[in-house]
Design a protein around this ligand. Structure first.
Ligand code: GNR
Ligand code: NI
Length: 167
């Protein structure tokens, strides 16, 4: 297994739109394992392939406290969405920044698992937030893009300053 490097906002590669996985095979499964290891090590509750500079529609998630409930979504699609919720979000590509984002309250998703098996799933609450956050990554969208332009400008200045001071 391997821990992969996570792209840091504002890296333009985070805005790449991921392509569908054509065949779920051993290469896919190795990437899924490496993504899971990277997510657990970070630590984070989810990771999209986009964040490790692989532009394919693959997501790993584990919102359990015990880190024993890995969920894999390959070629995920939202079939339906309803309601609304607002919650504080963070992102491994934007460390140390937490902002409230409004999202659908409940979603129904279809995807393939790491064996290539099709499944559908309903999610609400924090799980629904995480799935939407990760699916945004696959479209090249980072959660901070939901903030006002003023907040985004301030955020970029803050990150620049932080990186300067970290050197
Ligand atoms: O670890 C993560 N925590 C989190 C908290 C609230 C809403 C979304 C997330 S996802 C994030 C990991 C990440 O950046 N995934 O893309
Ligand atoms: Ni993220």
């Amino acid at each position: 297994m391997a821990i992969l490097q996570i792209l840091q906002y504002p890296d333009e590669r985070l805005h790449t739109v991921a392509k569908k996985v054509v065949e779920v095979n051993e290469v896919t499964r190795k990437l899924v394992r490496d993504m899971a290891e990277t997510m657990y090590a970070a630590p984070g509750v989810g990771l999209a392939a986009t964040q490790v500079d692989v532009h394919e529609r693959i997501i790993v998630l584990d919102i359990s406290e015990t880190h024993d409930n890995l969920m894999v979504f390959i070629n995920p699609e939202i079939l339906s969405a309803s309601g609304e919720q607002a919650g504080e979000e963070g992102c491994l590509s934007v460390p140390g920044i937490y902002e409230t984002v409004r999202r659908s309250g409940k979603i129904k998703v279809k995807a393939l698992d790491e064996t290539g098996e099709f499944f559908t799933m309903e999610a609400e609450g924090f799980l629904a937030v995480c799935i939407q956050h990760e699916m945004d990554h696959l479209q090249g969208k980072v959660f901070v893009e939901y903030l006002s332009q003023l907040k985004q400008t301030r955020l970029r200045a803050k990150l620049k300053k932080r990186r300067r001071e970290a050197l």
